[in-house]
Design a protein around this ligand. Structure first.
Ligand code: CA
Length: 385
């Protein structure tokens, strides 16, 4: 079997209501999908993650100009050799960011092809599944006007509880006073419902303010505190771990086993959060999972992609071991983005839907998805300048 074509599809769709996280306003949803075709007639799909403010064209240019020439004519089942080839070829100008997201999209498509060829779901090819279903947590709680939205966010929390979510992650980083007002209102809204909360500031603060926020929220016994400081500030992460009892999570802006080696060696996090569509695909996440296991650190992936990225993430989570297993250990959970995403519903047949707070293990070959080409074509037109 040989690779005959590689396409990067840039998709975009404007949001009716732009929303903010601590780093800026998200005005449209973008995705860079990767399609790999073979002479056997098989097609694999992958996705290069577009973080909130990231245009899909950066990864697409990498795929078309740097990766495609390495792939045409190659055997798509040579997944690890191809990963090494792509990484080493781009190393001098890549290593992180959109270059590795591009590589991730190709890698995911190759695993999809392998699964389709062998008639097995990707989690099976990764070595098997540790779980038959995965609990979801609600990500959302973005701002639509800025500060002063505690009451609206509390309503959103109550609504998520009604929908079956038992775990909520609240976006903070809008100023300490505003953050604390939001958390007081959210905690009140879900009081006595037995839900657990997490927070994510998207590295809005330096160490001192990040510590003040963590200390003020200690009574909530958060499941984790995500991206408290900038991804580059490993010493800052270490300080937070020393000063706070809450588990510290991070890694959505870290890449490959080389990047995670530094994060883990610095003992910067309790929970490592690679995104399969950004950190280097399934191949890199396998490396990262093994290294994290050796450091006693749980991997709990970041998930923010389109339906393709969501499917890949679910396969990965099914196949992740527990770093510290016990009878009643916390299992890795799926980041279920509840914010506006105009094309998730139509991009694949049977998009993911949580039921009573859970997702079932997928059972189709490869990623187990069927991409809707009409949606791809319609959204590609929106992405053209
Ligand atoms: Ca995050």
């Amino acid at each position: 079997m040989k690779i005959t074509a590689v396409h990067a599809h840039c998709l975009a769709s404007a949001l009716e209501t732009p929303f903010a996280f601590s780093q800026g306003w998200v005005k449209s949803r973008g995705a860079c999908l990767v399609e790999v075709q073979t002479d056997d007639g098989l097609t694999g799909w992958g996705e290069a993650l577009c973080q909130g403010l990231q245009p899909p064209q950066i990864a697409a240019a990498t795929i078309e100009s740097a990766l495609k020439p390495l792939l045409i004519g190659a055997d798509p089942l040579q997944i690890e050799p191809l990963w090494q080839r792509m990484y080493m070829h781009t190393r001098d100008y890549g290593m992180k960011g959109a270059t590795i997201a591009a590589l991730s999209g190709v890698d995911i498509a190759l695993w999809d092809i392998a699964g389709k060829r062998l008639g097995q779901p990707v989690w099976q090819l990764l070595g098997g599944a540790f779980r038959e279903r995965v609990q979801v947590y609600a990500t959302g709680f973005y701002r639509v006007s800025g500060q002063g939205e505690a009451a609206r966010l509390a309503e959103e929390a109550a609504q998520r509880a009604e929908e079956g979510f038992r775990l909520l992650k609240i976006k903070l980083g809008f100023g300490l006073e505003d953050d604390l007002a939001v958390m007081r209102a959210v905690a009140r809204a879900i009081e006595s419902r037995g839900l657990r909360l997490m927070i994510d500031t998207n590295h809005a603060y330096g160490v001192a303010d990040a510590v003040r926020l963590g200390r003020a929220l200690a009574p909530l016994e958060l499941r984790w505190y995500e991206e408290p400081v900038a991804a580059e500030d490993l010493a800052g992460y270490g300080e937070l771990r020393a000063k706070l009892d809450v588990p510290i999570a991070g890694g959505e802006n870290e890449f490959t086993v080389f990047g995670f080696r530094q994060l883990l060696a610095a003992r910067a996090v309790d929970i490592a959060q690679p995104d399969v569509c950004a950190a280097g695909g399934f191949t890199a996440c396998r490396h990262i999972a093994a290294l994290s296991l050796a450091h006693g650190v749980q991997v709990n992936p970041h998930v923010w992609g389109s339906s393709v990225g969501q499917a890949a993430s679910l396969h990965l989570i099914c196949a992740l071991p527990l770093a510290n297993p016990s009878l009643f250990a916390d299992e890795p959970i799926f980041e279920y983005d509840c914010s506006s995403h105009p094309f998730r519903e139509t991009l694949v047949e049977r998009p993911l839907r949580q039921r009573a707070g859970w997702l079932e293990r997928p059972d189709g070959p490869g990623l187990g998805i069927e991409v809707n080409r009409e949606t791809v074509q319609r959204l590609e037109a929106h992405a053209r300048p």
